[in-house]
Design a protein around this ligand. Structure first.
Ligand SMILES: Nc1ncnc2c1ncn2[C@@H]1O[C@H](COP(=O)(O)OP(=O)(O)OP(=O)(O)O)[C@@H](O)[C@H]1O
Ligand SMILES: [Mg+2]
Length: 310
């Protein structure tokens, strides 16, 4: 359905997208996972034909979207990273406005609005102005307006950043429903790997304008088949401890995480004794040490030496 071939975008002084290749099959749900500044939004803007690439091409059902934007525009829904709603209008009025711009009117329009309000769970709040909505509710309506014309392909740019857990799980449910039940094709962008793991059939990991790995979750995790991730639970954050861990020749990588420290080691290395000894030297109180099954976050860590979120 969608093919992105060797896409580049240079801004003055910055190469935002540096040779991206990706594809999306009909009815598929793919994730584009990458840290801040990776080039996700720039890639999406080009797929949406809002931005012209420096080089490369994008094909929708075989047609070049820059030569014929009309092949993609009418069937594309985009949920932008920034909220794009009229604050002074109610949710209902926003949906009516966006529905009309897609050519809906009369009974068809009102039925569609009611259906989508139900889907995003805001029927009872439809008469309130957007400016009085919570951040999570705004995000749900931001998504709702992009669904008014029943797009074949829905692109979502970090739709759950900074919102309450209830709205977040609601948005994830809706995306799953649209994909699994209605067969809508989805390109989902995020730096929350748990979301991408839940929602997407295949994942592209992006960093510094490039796709650094792609495949199913299982394929990506198999990159780590020769390594173990060990979580060291500890409250104190000690740079000395990190230095000491790094100096241990059998440890490949060390990062600070919320619960303590994560280290990547070759599979089967028994480092528990070393870890406790170093912690003792650095006066770090360790609450627990666990070998973990790898996550996509660990794959990213392995590939870049950094965390997805700082
Ligand atoms: N219009 C622009 N002019 C100049 N530089 C830009 C422009 N848009 C994006 N960039 C730069 O391109 C790079 C990629 O930005 P982009 O917004 O695509 O990243 P992102 O992956 O969406 O990040 P985030 O997760 O923070 O939204 C960044 O270095 C950014 O500063
Ligand atoms: Mg972005």
């Amino acid at each position: 359905m969608l093919q992105v071939n060797d896409l580049h975008k240079k801004f003055k002084g910055t190469t935002a997208v540096n040779g991206v290749n990706l594809y999306l099959g009909q009815g598929e749900s793919i994730g584009l996972l990458g840290p801040n500044g990776a080039g996700k939004s720039t890639t999406i803007s080009m797929i949406s034909t809002l931005l012209t690439p420096t080089s490369g091409d994008i094909r929708f059902k075989g047609t070049d979207v820059f030569k014929q934007p009309d092949v993609i525009r009418p069937v594309l829904g985009v949920v932008p990273q920034e909220i794009a709603l009229y604050e002074e209008l109610t949710a209902y009025e926003n949906m009516k406005f966006f529905g009309q711009t897609y050519g809906l009117s009369g009974k068809k329009l009102t039925i569609k609005i009611d259906e989508i309000l139900e889907l995003v769970g805001l029927t009872d709040r439809k008469k309130e102005r957007i400016k009085n909505y919570s951040g999570g509710m705004k995000r749900r309506i931001n998504m709702a307006v992009s669904l008014m014309h029943e797009p074949e392909l829905l692109i979502m740019d970090e739709p759950t950043v900074g919102i309450d857990p209830q709205s977040r799980s609601h948005i994830l449910e809706v995306v799953r429903e649209l994909n699994r039940r209605k067969g809508m094709s989805i390109l989902y962008t995020s730096h929350y790997m748990e979301e991408v793991e839940k929602l997407c059939d295949r994942v592209y990991i992006m960093d510094h304008g490039q796709i650094i790995a792609s495949g199913t979750k299982e394929e990506l995790k198999s990159i780590l088949s020769s390594e173990d991730t060990i979580l060291i639970e500890a409250h104190q954050k000690s740079d000395q401890f990190i230095d000491q861990l790094n100096e241990n020749g059998r440890i490949q990588q060390v990062v600070k995480v919320d619960q303590g420290y994560k280290v990547i080691v070759s599979k089967g290395e028994d480092l528990f004794a070393d870890i406790f000894e170093l912690a003792n030297v650095c006066q770090v109180k360790v609450k627990g040490v666990h070998v973990q099954t790898p996550t996509l976050e660990d794959v990213f860590l392995h590939l870049t030496g950094r965390k997805l979120r700082d």
